[in-house]
Design a protein. Sequence first.
Length: 211
Amino acid sequence: MGEPARWAGDIERRGTSQEHTMNSTMLPDDFYEKIKPRLHRRIGRELRVARRVLDIGCGSCDLVQYLARTYHQDVTGVDMSSKGFPKRSRSSTGGRVHCINKDATRLDFTRDETVDAVVTMWALHEMSHPLAILREARRVLRAGGEILIVDFPRDSLADRLWTEDYLRPGQVAEMLEEARFSHVTSRLTERGQILWAKGYRPEAQMGRVDG
């Protein structure tokens, strides 16, 4: 979360080279469950300087609770289903946890430019209106705030396990650019089985209002 931001017209698409991709048939079916704790740690390190974090498509709020517990952040999770939501609103280490059962296309509980970071983990491919959600994420992010997308990519183990409509890194990068994020990067990681993309809400420029 420390990169300088630019206007959408100045986007640099960096990091598009892919890591070595392992043949998914060589991976165990529980591969994703095994790497989940490591992904939580990587996400935590990426967003560690944020004070307020929004997790879109939070599921049972596992990542929300991890960030609040480990980095003492105020984390709000949003999901269409409230199944598995925690009952406590504060972690034992002081971070605040708030999980909301809501459609993320309208984040009307959050004012403009009040969130430091937005994350979505293993959820983008399930969203019916991903571009609308990315635009809402941009609205609530402060200038210079980061969005991080972690998902299953096309042609990965996830395709074999669940056969859903997964995206390629370039497709996610294009959506982030269309939602007017800057410094967009999108690549594969974890043996090519995870899509890792991010972008930033541009800083306002002198004499120009960022809408």
